[in-house]
Design a protein around this ligand. Structure first.
Ligand SMILES: Nc1ncnc2c1ncn2[C@@H]1O[C@H](COP(=O)(O)OP(=O)(O)O)[C@@H](O)[C@H]1O
Ligand SMILES: Cc1ncsc1CCOP(=O)(O)O
Ligand SMILES: [Mg+2]
Length: 270
């Protein structure tokens, strides 16, 4: 395994984005209460369809109808947990990929136990920041060289280990996003630190990851989801004054993305 992951090749990213645009996936989102509207708008701007069907019986039914499912435990409570388990089981039975966003796993016991329970239901992909991926992999970020939630490079070994034990493609995001299946990895550059000053960019990215996880080359597709968001993020940030003007500019940049834009690679090295 390479120590320094390769940059996601532009031709793979363009092909994956083209498939995404043709498929226009319907994404069932069981996400947190803070980011529902932003997440729906991100999916719509890109050309996918969101549906937030949250009641347990309905969620269990709908997970077989949607193309992919997102489970984000940001504002977890018992009813939502029941709906999440039911939906993940339906998705598995119907052969639909589902994605786990383990928001704030590590310090809080209830959600950490629940995320481990979800892990046993074999998500197709997992997307989190460095501390979340470290915690889900069973490591404590403190004292292991992870300085902050966005020190994704330090969390790459944990992401690889998590991918190997769960069978999921794991994306650990931050200044550079790393995407791994445990054997191969891609690095995705770009984005802007301003993206961390607006709530929901990570959560919305996880919904986009779900929309891409339907593709056969899941590693390249999940990396492309990360690239789509970082490219739109850096374009938006170039034209805004701060977090308030970022959100509309970001949605416009997602909407304006062309397949050929994915061919360019922003950095030679990282
Ligand atoms: N320092 C940074 N520089 C550039 N982009 C960043 C930086 N930190 C995060 N991002 C981008 O912001 C988005 C959200 O990632 P992240 O902040 O890791 O998730 P979360 O919000 O779940 O903590 C991703 O697209 C990521 O690439
Ligand atoms: C603020 C907050 N509180 C519970 S969930 C949530 C949103 C987290 O969003 P993100 O992980 O994308 O920053
Ligand atoms: Mg998050």
């Amino acid at each position: 395994m390479s120590v320094q992951p390769a940059l996601l090749p532009g031709d793979l990213a363009a092909a994956s984005f083209s498939r995404f645009r043709s498929a226009a996936p319907l994404v069932h989102c069981l996400t947190n209460e803070v980011v529902q509207s932003f997440t729906a708008n991100v999916l719509l701007a890109l050309g996918a369809s969101p549906a937030m069907v949250v009641e347990a019986e309905e969620a269990a039914q709908f997970a077989a109808l949607a193309d992919a499912l997102l489970i984000n435990i940001g504002t977890l409570h018992a009813d939502r947990a029941r709906a999440m388990l039911a939906a993940a089981e339906t998705a598995n039975g119907a052969g639909r990929p589902w994605v786990l966003d383990p928001v704030a796993v590590g310090g809080l016991h209830y959600r950490t136990r629940f995320a481990r329970e979800l892990l046993a239901l074999r998500p197709a992909a997992i997307r989190g920041n460095a501390s979340e991926i470290m915690a889900l992999a069973g490591l404590d970020a403190r004292g292991r060289g992870v300085d902050s939630a966005d020190d994704s490079a330090a969390a790459l070994p944990a992401a690889r280990a998590l991918a190997q034990c769960s069978g999921a493609v794991v994306a650990v995001t931050g200044a550079v996003d790393f995407v791994t299946d445990g054997e191969r990895d891609y690095a995705v550059c770009g984005g802007d630190p301003l993206m961390t000053r607006v709530v929901g960019t990570g959560c919305a990215l996880s919904a986009v990851v779900a929309a891409f996880a339907v593709q056969p080359d899941r590693l390249a597709a999940v990396a492309t989801a990360c690239r789509v968001m970082s490219l739109a993020g850096e374009r938006a940030c170039a034209a805004v004054r701060g977090p308030g003007s970022f959100v509309p500019a970001f949605l416009d940049a997602l909407y304006a993305l062309e397949v050929t834009d994915l061919q360019e690679n922003v950095c030679e090295t990282y």
